[in-house]
Ligand binder design. Structure first.
Ligand code: FES
Length: 572
């Protein structure tokens, strides 16, 4: 045990301030709660308005049992929660606010360590960003995916099947009544989306980074083993404090490269790119967009899960879970990258087994030889753009087509089904004004629905290009995170309908067939000067004034880096 733990700075001694700190906490806590034992905050994102996280109160109860058992004091700490499907204009606008608020609460309060309870898309990234900046001992318990729902005898993937079924309605191959009936079948239980969307991806990312007890990620939310792991995490939190094992101890560049390998092998969400860049930025760990391509794109895709494949998270857990996947690619992992257990991640892979090779393919028979996320550059994306080839149509990975440009998602919805819109199957749909500054918040709109006329003709995919993000549950040949974004002066804002755009994923290129002089002659474009109006006040104002580009994680410029847990001044 450290000679004097952090919370003793509030509670130890006989002076007036120590009296105040203890007295106001003495609502059932005995005197020995303040004898120098660790106080562990349970940063809980449970909220009725974050439906994927509502069960975390029960998870927190089991964390508490573990903390008490190991000799600590557990303390509830409700933090900002973001319900991905509900929050407008996009939960991503609030990720940095949630991270900033959690960071300040961790620092301001008399705690020695923290257990992070997240689930729905932005909640784990925000908590990890906060914990990285404060650098108090921390462990993540991912809330876990929901069980598989079925409709008309077929499994339903949250999100992915919403896109698929709604496209079927627009194409006239599914009745609206059947579509509405499927609504009550989709969310079968507590937990987050059951596809390999952002929530599932970030749970796995937290584990690959080393920030969970290995074997926890992907445990279905209703599975009693999640509560068992929550109990263990409570116990571990005390060990973390005693060993002074902090996020900066656990996380290294190797941890982030391991996470990139994991994201590729599981077919994870492109959203992992912005979140990993932001978390690394908090720790001062060098990580670039190119690392995702250099490390991730040679990793085989082993997991057959929606949206890229067939199965769902419950199947992945049954088939052996993330550790079984990582065991197959163990040679690609950094052998020294640690976990919260104090041992390297690779040390935890020995007992992992694949129990169903239709869900987790062995390395010898991958779904794709090289998956991961491809990073594109060119005169349309000087600072980079990303595409997930495993979710794209192979015949579109090299494509040249005429741009059809939309200045906002509202513009898109207003015109896409206009019978006079000049759009064909080989057109390239360009949607701009959806970056971090432009929207603001970088929403998941890039996977725009196809024109109904083309859907009715049987077209199921087209090249789409956007400075926003795509839901992790979505699929298609969609180029995302184009940087710089249009609202920050990026060339995406200069493209006009009719320009020829060339996408070449194997060559990692994204270009508009215009010379630099032709592009410059279009400045300043209406898209840059007219569509973007800075918000007048509040968080949105702060956000657009300080948000960084997607290519570095879309954090706020003044939140990058670590500020530690020290607070020099008292409140009395
Ligand atoms: Fe919460 Fe998908 S909406 S994880």
């Amino acid at each position: 045990m450290a000679a004097r733990i952090r919370s003793a700075g509030w509670y130890a001694g006989t002076d007036r301030n120590a009296f105040i700190h203890r007295a106001w906490m003495r609502r059932g806590l005995p005197a020995h709660a303040f004898d120098g034992r660790p106080h562990i905050a349970i940063a809980n994102t449970a909220s009725d308005l974050s439906p994927c996280n509502t069960h975390l109160d029960e998870v927190a109860d089991h964390v508490k049992r573990g903390v008490w058992e190991a000799g600590g004091v557990p303390l509830d700490l409700p933090v900002i929660s973001l319900g991905e499907t509900l929050v407008r204009p996009t939960a991503m606008l609030w990720r940095n606010l949630a991270a900033m608020a959690a960071e300040e609460l961790f620092r301001a309060n008399p705690i020695d360590g923290v257990v992070l309870l997240g689930g729905c898309d932005k909640t784990i990234p925000a908590l990890l960003m906060a914990a990285a900046s404060v650098d108090l001992p921390a462990v993540v318990v991912p809330g876990g995916p929901m069980l598989t729902g079925t409709f008309q005898g077929r499994p339903l993937g949250c999100g992915t099947d919403v896109w698929r079924l709604s496209e079927e309605v627009r194409a006239g191959t599914l009745s609206e009544q059947d579509f509405l009936t499927s609504e009550s079948s989709m969310i079968r239980s507590r937990g987050h989306c059951n596809t390999m969307g952002t929530a599932s991806t970030m749970g796995c990312v937290a584990e690959a980074l080393g920030m969970t007890i290995p074997g926890t990620a992907g445990t279905p939310a209703p599975d009693s083993r999640l509560l068992e792991r929550a109990h263990e995490a409570g116990r571990l939190a005390i060990e973390l404090v005693e060993a002074d094992r902090r996020p900066s101890t656990v996380l290294s560049r190797g941890s982030f490269l391991n996470a990139i390998v994991a994201v590729a092998a599981i077919g994870g969400s492109t959203n992992a790119v912005v979140h990993l860049l932001a978390i690394a930025g908090r720790l001062g760990i060098e990580l670039s967009l190119e690392d995702f391509d250099a490390v991730g794109s040679r990793v085989p895709l082993l997991v057959d899960l929606q949206p890229a494949g067939k199965h769902l998270m419950e199947d992945l857990f049954r088939a052996g879970g993330l550790l079984a996947v990582l065991r197959e690619v163990a040679d690609l992992l950094d052998p020294e990258a640690l976990t919260v257990t104090g041992r390297p991640l690779v040390d935890h892979l020995g007992d992992a087994r694949i129990w169903d090779e239709t869900v987790i393919h062995p390395r010898t028979a991958p779904l794709q030889g090289a998956a991961g996320i491809a990073v594109l550059r060119g005169n349309l994306a000087p600072n980079g753009a990303v595409i997930k080839p495993s979710a794209a149509s192979p015949h579109l990975l090299r494509h040249r087509g005429r741009a059809v440009v939309f200045d906002s998602i509202e513009d898109y919805h207003a015109r896409i089904d206009d019978p006079d819109l000049d759009v064909e199957a080989d057109s390239v749909l360009v949607l701009r004004g959806c970056g971090p500054r432009g929207y603001p918040g970088m929403p998941e709109v890039a996977n725009v629905p196809l024109p109904a006329r083309l859907l009715a003709q049987g077209v199921r995919d087209m090249v789409r290009i956007c400075d926003g993000r795509m839901s992790g549950t979505a699929y298609g040949t969609v180029v995302l995170h184009v940087a710089p974004e249009a609202a920050s002066g990026g060339p995406l804002g200069l493209v006009e309908t009719g320009d020829l755009i060339a996408l070449d994923v194997p060559a990692r290129r994204l270009d508009v067939e215009l010379s630099d002089a032709e592009l410059d002659a279009r400045r300043p474009s209406a898209a840059l000067t007219g569509a973007f109006a800075a918000p007048a006040r509040g968080w949105e104002r702060l956000y657009v004034d300080h948000v960084l580009g997607a290519e570095v994680g879309a954090d706020l410029d003044f939140l990058v880096g670590s500020s530690g847990s020290a607070v020099a001044r008292d409140s009395h």
